[in-house]
Design a binder for this molecule. Structure first.
Ligand code: SF4
Length: 350
């Protein structure tokens, strides 16, 4: 069983930068002092009482953990050591920038129970990185991934398609480079225009245009296929909705949707369902098989996929879970005929 996450958001703490898209206060909540030892232990205790059978994982998100002064990093990690030793905490994860990792830092993290580092990579295209004000290039990403792995730390990579100067082609090239680094997982956050950022200023003056929701879903399903082919999970698409993000005037533009990830998964399933129906005559009654946990992806939000299949092919379709299917397969049953489609089959590119 996966450990239960105990999240702490340390907005902008430790971050020496202002990337053009970033307003951590709006995305993750107000900036404040780092949590004290008492606050840390109290929150962990609350989670422990809420789920006594689960092991816990503390996650420090936001900010740039490893750019904090070392004494602050110690103040956050040292109170966790007895809980790690006692098995109450399984592990600790942090997020940081690629250029805030060096061998000494990686050893320090490992020695203090940090099992996973999520790197905000965003892009591996030098032009995109430059126009996004990241302050580093792609070489730092490769070095930091290698450094963390060498220290025995799992690496997750966060990507942001749709940054200034980015195109579907550069996003996919970035993804291929990221996959070649063999991270343990990916998070993909299509770029949003958040109030109070440089990107918002550029958007208002007309020099930056974000992806539409449809463009972002189309690109992300292709990214999902490539990641699936490489066997690397995408653990999240799109920012987690928060009351702050959902407040009027915060997301000015861009492909924001509270269930963005499910849109991507559903669109991918829809494409594969269409391929399976190619020669099935109108009026047919068909049943799709979904691997465990995927029924809602095939059905679509508000049964949208089934309605679109009815409109396009004239079929009446239902979906049932088939636990025997591997996670990358769906099936079609039409009369005596059963056929399968692989979710991670490549899309043709023009
Ligand atoms: S490095 Fe991260 S926290 Fe800092 S400004 Fe950029 S995106 Fe925001």
């Amino acid at each position: 069983m996966r450990p239960l996450l105990v999240p702490f958001f340390i907005s902008h703490q430790g971050c020496p930068h202002r990337c053009v898209f970033c307003n951590q206060v709006r995305v993750a909540g107000p900036e404040g002092a780092l949590p004290t030892r008492t606050q840390l232990l109290h929150r962990i205790d609350e989670y422990r009482m809420g789920a006594p059978a689960r092991r816990l994982e503390v996650a420090f998100y936001g900010g740039t953990f490893t750019a904090l002064p070392r004494r602050d990093q110690e103040a956050l990690l040292l109170p966790l050591q007895p809980l790690l030793a006692g098995g109450i905490l399984q592990s600790v994860r942090i997020s940081t920038r690629p250029d805030a990792i060096d061998p000494d830092t990686a050893r320090f993290l490992k020695a203090h129970g940090v099992a996973t580092v999520e790197l905000g990579v965003q892009s591996l295209d030098s032009g995109v990185l430059l126009l996004s004000g990241r302050g580093h290039g792609s070489a730092e990403v490769e070095i930091s991934v290698a450094t963390l792995k060498e220290a025995g730390i799992e690496v997750g990579i966060q990507l942001m398609p749709g940054l200034p100067n980015d195109t579907p082609e550069t996003s996919l090239a970035t993804l291929r480079q990221a996959l070649a680094l063999q991270p343990a997982f990916l998070r993909i956050y299509p770029t949003l225009v958040i109030d109070g950022t440089e990107l918002a200023r550029r958007y208002r003056e007309g020099s930056y245009q974000p992806m539409t929701l449809t463009q972002a879903v189309t690109l992300c399903k292709e990214m999902l296929v490539l990641a699936g082919q490489a066997g690397i999970p995408v653990v999240r698409f799109g920012l987690q909705p928060t009351s702050e993000l959902d407040s009027p005037g915060v997301v000015l533009a861009g492909p924001y949707h509270p269930a963005f990830g499910q849109l991507v998964e559903s669109e991918l399933c829809f494409d594969r369902m269409c391929a399976l129906l190619e020669d099935v005559p109108a009026g047919s009654v068909v049943t799709f098989g979904a691997p465990a946990g995927r029924v809602s992806d095939l059905v679509g939000q508000r049964r949208g996929n089934l309605q679109r299949l009815a409109a396009r092919y004239g079929v009446t379709a239902t979906v049932r879970e088939d636990a025997a299917l591997s996670p990358d397969l769906i099936s079609l049953q039409w009369g005596e005929l059963t056929r399968h489609a692989c979710l991670f089959e490549s899309y043709p590119r023009h």
